[in-house]
Ligand binder design. Structure first.
Ligand SMILES: C[S@@+](CC[C@H](N)C(=O)[O-])C[C@H]1O[C@@H](n2cnc3c(N)ncnc32)[C@H](O)[C@@H]1O
Length: 226
């Protein structure tokens, strides 16, 4: 898989960009400098429950344009592995090195264990990066889809649009509205407005949440770039 990164060129390793990023460098995580994997009771539990709404659209993603899928803020990678099991090559990007290491090592075992008869699995490759709009690490027009689930303070729609090929898919799901989450959730119509000039919205569901006077909404959306 060719991973089109601004930060590095070797697709076979994870990159730790976040901690040294202020000086514009990225640190390669190799077997030598990788930290030991955190101990977890069930090695595969973190992969077991991908987003049910994403699964509704996964056939469209897998039959979409060529190119890898970016899972932006992938965490342990429950959605990355769900896509890879269905044949997609996935870039799992997050700023949390520990989560990425679990995805990189245990994710591939899980994908192999879940391999479907007659279907070739995809691969998940990880990059560690601070995914802010001004440090967006992916070059233009190279991704077939972007999945972004439960990412805090999402303001990346311009970057998403640029990195997607024409006809590429975007799946976004905000986190739920419990506790003080509403403070970081969008206003009604905000995501629709941000996307409507460059994307066809195929699915768009908003649910009001938080105090009424704050007008926050949770959003799940699936869209295709024009
Ligand atoms: C709630 S988790 C969701 C993980 C995954 N998308 C899922 O649905 O299971 C949010 C993830 O976003 C990552 N994250 C938050 N801000 C980020 C940033 N600026 N750059 C990269 N990753 C970020 C966190 O490290 C965390 O793994």
């Amino acid at each position: 898989m060719h991973i089109a990164l601004k930060v590095g060129a070797d697709p076979s390793v994870a990159y730790e960009q976040s901690r040294s990023q202020t000086r514009g460098r990225s640190r390669r995580i190799t077997m030598k400098n990788a930290r030991p994997l955190p101990k977890v009771r069930d090695d595969f539990a973190c992969f077991a429950s991908p987003s049910p709404t994403l699964l509704r659209f996964i056939d469209e993603i897998t039959s979409g344009p060529l190119g890898p899928v970016l899972d932006a803020g992938c965490g342990y990678g429950r959605n990355s592995v769900a896509l890879a099991i269905r044949g997609m090559d996935v870039i799992g990007a997050d700023r949390d090195v520990d989560r990425l290491q679990i995805l990189q090592h245990r994710g591939s075992q899980y994908i192999a264990a879940q391999k479907r008869a007659g279907m070739q699995s995809g691969r998940v490759q990880t990059i560690c990066a601070d995914l802010t709009p001004d440090r967006w690490p992916i070059i233009d027009s190279c991704l077939s889809a972007i999945v972004c689930v439960h990412f805090p303070r999402l303001a990346h729609f311009d970057q998403f649009r640029r990195s997607l090929v024409s006809g590429g898919y975007l799946y976004v799901e905000t986190f739920g509205g419990h506790g003080g989450n509403y403070l970081d959730l969008p206003l009604p119509g905000q995501y629709r407005e941000s996307l409507s000039s460059h994307f066809l919205l195929l699915y768009y569901v908003e649910k009001p949440t938080g105090p009424l006077n704050k007008k926050a909404v949770t959003v799940r959306l699936f869209a295709r770039k024009f």
